[in-house]
Design a protein around this ligand. Structure first.
Ligand SMILES: NC(=O)c1ccc[n+]([C@@H]2O[C@H](COP(=O)([O-])OP(=O)(O)OC[C@H]3O[C@@H](n4cnc5c(N)ncnc54)[C@H](O)[C@@H]3O)[C@@H](O)[C@H]2O)c1
Ligand SMILES: O=C(O)[C@H](O)COP(=O)(O)O
Length: 600
């Protein structure tokens, strides 16, 4: 008999902390966390990775900047909420290890240090607003932390502020107000510029940009826009012409900035671009300070290239008291007030609170910034296949022997659905999770799965087999093949030298249906013993009684064979973990040629 080789005891188990990654109130949550708690357990963090559970506790959400009451109320219904404002970076780093979620506005820098200081506990960062340039997204993704924002609730407020700055600047409202309050009456000094018939270039024709354009048209302005990614028909519908960057800046009397701060837009308004502008242009910025080279703007103002600027945002916030730009007489400044209306703040607070609570429950948010957005109904339908994907790959990786490591995995989805009608991103993520977690201390979820696979040099290829038949169920089967490895259980290898396992969902429950070329049928719950034997009477009884002797409950048994009295693979599902002695006894049954015990 071949040695009764494998037991998963030689494999490194998942880290204890991985047992808690999200809190669930809905069954779907099981999908995305590593594992979910049954309802309402408390996570008490002792030394790193040691997690103790106690009953009746909630997740903790740190709200690091002022948030509207309606949002706070929603958060408090679900979690312990710690409102601590104006934390220093050090204080934030210290607090974060006790928090499952963090909510910020633009005033808090969520750096790599924050994610690393969280020790894996931080699962969601909620940005109560649009711009996520203050969150290190790469670090969030690498640490498996979902980032959600509130992209819609402050659009109108920002657009209204843009228009307020445009009109106030054109009529010198702020300067004239200060002058009157200083006891002066300078009517000739504050002669303004009319808007009607003037050209406004909207740079960034997204949500805020298009609302600004709409309003400016109402003021009788000629509006053009530059946005490399905006659809022309959306612009046309508002009566706005999309033009190139150079055309926009060269022909505009007013330029309003509405693009995000990215590597491509950083200091996009600089010496070179100011030089291309119409002399006497006026600039409004309610986007991000970093899109303007502030030193270059001061020079352009002094040279009269830019007649006036109205700025709500600055490279450094708050700007230094002696900032030449802020102090410039041709500059109207506000302290990042674009989103600050009562209405917008209530809306943003609700939008972000719903996203954060949903994410902590394990649901995917429609406002996720660093994870695929999958509609709720798709997730519900895929739920059993999500479990199947993870369990299959978890099982497959435990069959690998030797130290060569898993580098190449092929996943085959068989389905009667058209390829466009089956979103496999979630399934792929769960396959990666099942492959990596049993053999590492990493925690893998939908956010960091692809990144983690890439980082470990794990290549996942996906293939679709399109079946005839009813597309009612999303998938017929999923097959996982690991190439270029040896197996602890030779029967799991195909003729072409890969470990192959296949599974299906039956009555909502994931089943293992193939190991190598042997057909089996065992539900993927608890743990599984696979034995290869010569098919003969009494084998099921012998194995069953060894397990029965130590009160290990057999949940499922099935035998797949090449033919009567020929080689067969027996798959046995067990609810409890058998002792090493029992496993040895099974291995010692003379007809058994090899066996393996796999934890799911
Ligand atoms: N001052 C405030 O309080 C305030 C309030 C809301 C939004 N904002 C900021 O305003 C900006 C726009 O917000 P939004 O909600 O409209 O975002 P959005 O994503 O809807 O729109 C941004 C647009 O910029 C475009 N864009 C990207 N790169 C560009 C480039 N190189 N040149 C031109 N256009 C480019 C995008 O295609 C997109 O259409 C963001 O920076 C946001 O943070 C500020
Ligand atoms: O990006 C945004 O949503 C705005 O800049 C608003 O930022 P705030 O939440 O800090 O006001």
């Amino acid at each position: 008999m071949a040695a009764a080789s494998a037991s998963s005891t030689s494999l490194k188990p998942s880290p204890p902390s991985a047992a808690i990654s999200c809190y669930r109130h809905s069954s779907l949550s099981a999908t995305f966390g590593v594992t979910t708690l049954s309802l309402r357990s408390r996570l008490i963090r002792a030394p790193r990775n040691l997690v103790v559970l106690s009953m009746d506790a909630k997740p903790t959400i740190l709200v690091a900047e002022k948030l509207g009451d309606a949002g706070l109320k929603l958060l408090k219904e679900f979690a312990n909420v710690d409102c601590s404002y104006n934390l220093s970076p050090e204080e934030l780093n210290t607090k974060i290890s006790l928090c499952d979620a963090l909510i910020v506005r633009s005033g808090t820098k969520v750096t790599r240090d924050v994610f690393e200081s969280s020790g894996g506990r931080l699962k969601v960062v909620g940005r109560a607003g649009v711009g996520i340039d203050n969150v290190d997204l790469a670090a969030a993704t690498e640490n498996g932390c979902l980032v959600v924002n509130a992209p819609t609730a402050n659009t109108v407020a920002a657009a209204e502020h843009g228009i307020a700055l445009l009109t106030a600047m054109a009529r010198n409202i702020a300067q004239a107000d200060a002058s009157v309050k200083a006891g002066k009456w300078e009517r000739t000094k504050y002669v303004g510029a009319s808007l009607v018939g003037k050209t406004l270039a909207v740079m960034g024709f997204g949500k805020v940009g298009s609302e600004v354009a709409r309003r400016a048209k109402g003021l009788g302005m000629h509006v053009i826009a530059h946005d490399p990614y905006a659809p022309a028909d959306r612009a046309r519908a508002i009566g706005v012409e999309l033009v190139t960057f150079d055309e926009a800046i060269a022909s505009a009397d007013f330029i309003s900035l509405h693009m995000p701060l990215t590597a491509a837009t950083s200091k996009i308004m600089n010496d070179e671009t100011f030089a291309k502008m119409k002399k006497g242009v006026r600039i409004i910025n309610v986007a991000r300070g970093g899109v303007i080279d502030e030193e270059a703007l001061v020079k352009a103002l002094d040279a009269g290239i830019v007649a006036q600027a109205a700025l709500d945002v600055f490279m450094e916030e708050p700007p230094s008291k002696d900032s030449k730009l802020v102090q410039h007489e041709k500059v109207t400044a506000t302290p990042h007030l674009g989103a600050s209306t009562m209405e917008a703040q209530e809306g943003v607070a609700i939008e972000v609170a719903e996203a954060v609570v949903g994410a902590l429950k394990g649901e995917l948010s429609a406002t996720a910034v660093n994870a695929p957005m999958v509609p709720a109904q798709v997730l519900t339908e895929l739920k059993p296949y999500v479990t199947l994907s993870e369990k299959l790959s978890r099982l497959a990786v435990q069959l690998v022997s030797g130290g060569s490591g898993v580098k190449s995995v092929k996943v085959t989805y068989s389905s009667a659905r058209a390829p466009d009608d089956l979103d496999t991103r979630v399934l792929r993520a769960m396959i990666i999770k099942g492959l990596i977690e049993p053999i590492s201390s990493l925690f893998v979820n939908l956010v960091n799965a692809d990144f983690t696979a890439k980082q470990r040099g794990l290549r996942i290829t996906e293939e679709r087999v399109i079946l005839d038949g009813s597309p009612e169920s999303p998938l017929e089967s999923i097959q996982v093949q690991i190439a270029d490895v040896e197996s602890k259980f030779a029967s799991s290898m195909t003729d072409s030298g890969e470990i192959k396992v296949e599974g299906r969902v039956k009555d909502g429950i994931p089943h293992l249906t193939k190991v190598g070329s042997f057909e089996v049928d065992v539900s993927l719950e608890g743990s599984i013993i696979l034995c290869r034997q010569v098919d003969q009477p009494g084998m099921i009884g012998k194995v069953g009684s060894i397990l029965g002797e130590e009160n290990v409950n057999v949940s499922f048994m099935s035998v797949g064979r090449i033919g009567p009295r020929k080689q067969a693979v027996m798959a046995i599902g067990v609810d409890e973990e058998p002792s090493m002695q029992s496993l040895k006894k099974i291995g010692d049954i003379p007809a058994i040629e090899e066996f393996v015990y796999l934890k799911l």
